[in-house]
Design a protein around this ligand. Sequence first.
Ligand code: ZN
Ligand code: ZN
Length: 245
Amino acid sequence: MFLRPLLDLLFPPLCHACKGAIPVAGADSVPPRPLICAGCLGKISFLESPLCTLCGAPFATDRGSDHLCGACLAHPPFHTCRSAAVLEGPLQDLIHRFKYGGKMHLADPLGVLTFQRVEQFLRQAGADCVVPVPLHRKRLRQRGYNQSQLLAEVLGKKLKVPQVVGNLRRLRWTEPQTGLDAGDRVTNVKDAFGVGEPKALAGKRVLLVDDVFTTGSTLGACVDALREAEVAAVAAVTVARGIPH
Ligand SMILES: [Zn+2]
Ligand SMILES: [Zn+2]
């Protein structure tokens, strides 16, 4: 504990995004430390109210309180969802390196950042367990790790709830969602997930974790599978959300 300030003085921690030194006296020196410098944090578009109470979609206006969006009013989803920030700028670079560049250690800053931004939502969800969006075995072999599982581990530790890995499964191979439109994305992942042992999750409140929310089709397909396993509720969380332009 007492060593930290001294170490920081001798070897200032580096920002994960720009690799610049983070000043010791800054707020970033107080744990928990996402270790992203103030300059880079300033370039991240964090999602703020007003958001849709259920799906977490941001509204065009920056005034007013959270309320239901048109889509959730018409068809209320079974689950709620929140993301920390918009998928752009330094955050997009960080996620790209985390997911495709083998930078597993970025799970920590990304997980801590997400926890800090959506802590209230996570606390209210009162999850009994944390479940990562699974990768297909083939993709897991290619990548060597499941980035959502690493994030779920960080969030589970913060919330002091266990992570359940391997029960929610990919039942079939799906092509990457990138480049598909919203309708094709839903078709691509439909019935792609299943729960191996429904009894282990029945009646539980689940926190479902993924790195990025784009159209919500992957999360939606996971929620369908969890629902079939008769979970009590699902709250989904992602680090970033792609906002259609
Ligand atoms: Zn930086
Ligand atoms: Zn909504």
